[in-house]
Design a protein around this ligand. Structure first.
Ligand SMILES: *Cc1c(COP(=O)(O)O)cnc(C)c1O
Length: 408
């Protein structure tokens, strides 16, 4: 008897009724059929022996098209977001680019956030723009402004980030979904900051979710990756037929993933899946620490404003409380001057001065000069006295003491 060395992840029991942590640990991750290995092995392989021409084992032919380790991650991501299909990419921006090229054509229009990850804005402004796709940056926390920016017949995507990077603005996902749908456009939500543990955009009406899995899902600052998860039954924008002859969004994204090829490699997929398994427990600690840090900063005389969706002073605290099960691990604050902000960033020891976010270790940065340098001089420019914290899972007393010393 031969055992299939390349088992297809078992899609039959999709763990739909299980809780989040159970899904993150089990979906797509059945013990290896050949060996019983408890976690999906790294199939570091490019091609697969065929049993006669076209005789594929488990559907595997070439690793750009499909790879068992990536398939395990994609199924786990699908289950985590409650969608119909998951796709893993080499980076968050590769995921965004693939999704956008699957749904947009020259002449189309996108409603984009006026506060967002700088690289996303750069993708709209400097990559898609020259290919004939226009965008309008809008304050997404104002659903009426989004409605006013939609050009019926031309707008094909409303792109939302919530909470936003770095100003932690909150968009009402259900309200934006209704506006997008009435215009025949798709609502895409970048769920990187909230993670599927704290926010389920597909259940609120979004058509697709994107992630930089580099951040909380990977969670250990050791891998760059991205994901797209498509909602059950999601269709392409009204009037568009995809390259495979269907109007299903998942078909178009799957075609483009293979046709453009910016896939996640086996080892990166394995690391990302290893991170996803502990997402729930990490997020619990991230947000408990972040709440304590936000609370501490509100009482500090050198801090002029603290921005955290969990604070009642946040203008959209109620929307966040309604659509998120927790407020996450990101905190931003202002110091009144760029000089002070830069000095604080240079003085912490437990908080490491670095770009990126979502890892177990706390990070501090100056968005104006670092992550958001590429949007200087645009509507996305951020205040120069802003400091952004990615609050890690260290002992909270050490985090507070570190900030106290840096602010002294
Ligand atoms: C980092 C980030 C991205 C881009 O992801 P990469 O993995 O760096 O390509 C997109 N959106 C948000 C909110 C991010 O923080």
């Amino acid at each position: 008897m031969t055992t299939d060395p390349f088992p297809t992840p078992d899609l039959d029991h999709d763990w739909a009724t299980a809780g989040f942590a159970t899904r993150a640990i089990h979906a797509g991750q059945d013990p290896d059929a050949a060996t019983g290995a408890v976690v999906p092995p790294i199939y570091q392989v490019s091609t697969y022996k065929q049993d006669g021409v076209g005789g594929l084992r488990g559907g595997y032919e070439y690793s750009r098209s499909a790879n068992p380790t990536r398939a395990a991650l994609e199924e786990a991501l699908r289950a985590a977001e409650g969608g119909s299909a998951g796709f893993a990419f080499a980076s968050g921006l590769a995921a965004e680019d693939t999704l956008l090229r699957a749904v947009l054509r020259p002449g189309d229009h996108v409603v984009a956030p006026d506060d967002a990850y700088g690289g996303t804005y750069r993708l709209f402004a400097r990559v898609l723009g020259p290919w004939g796709v226009e965008h309008t940056p809008v304050n997404l926390s104002d659903p009426d402004a989004v409605l006013a920016a939609i050009q019926p017949g031309r707008t094909k995507v409303v792109w939302a980030e919530t909470p936003t990077n770095p100003l932690l603005g909150i968009a009402d996902i259900a309200a934006l979904a209704a506006h997008a749908r009435s215009a025949g456009a798709l609502l895409v939500v970048d769920n990187t900051f909230a993670t599927p543990y704290l926010q389920q955009p597909l259940a609120l009406g979004a058509d697709a979710v994107v992630h930089s899995t580099t951040k909380y899902i990977g969670g250990h600052s050791d891998v760059v990756g991205g994901a797209v998860v498509v909602a059950d039954g999601a269709q392409l924008p009204v009037g568009l037929v995809g390259p495979t002859g269907t109007t299903a969004l998942a078909d178009a994204v799957g075609f483009h993933q293979n046709a453009s090829g910016a896939v996640a490699g086996p080892f990166d997929s394995w690391l990302t899946l290893r991170g996803l398994r502990t997402l729930a427990v990490r997020m619990d600690r991230h947000q408990a620490n972040a709440a304590a840090v936000a609370e501490f900063l509100t009482t500090h005389p050198r801090v002029t404003q603290v921005i955290y969706p969990g604070l009642p002073s946040h203008p959209d605290h109620e929307v966040a409380a309604r659509q998120m099960s927790g407020f996450g691990g990101m905190v931003a604050f202002r110091t009144g001057s760029e000089q002070t902000a830069l000095e604080v960033c240079g003085r912490t020891r437990v908080f490491t001065l670095a770009e990126s976010l979502g890892g177990v270790e706390s990070l501090i940065e100056h968005p104006g000069k670092m992550t958001h340098g590429s949007v200087l001089g645009t509507v996305l420019e951020v205040p120069d006295d802003l400091v952004r914290l990615s609050v890690g899972i260290e002992d909270v007393a050490d985090l507070l003491a570190d900030l106290e010393k840096a602010l002294r």
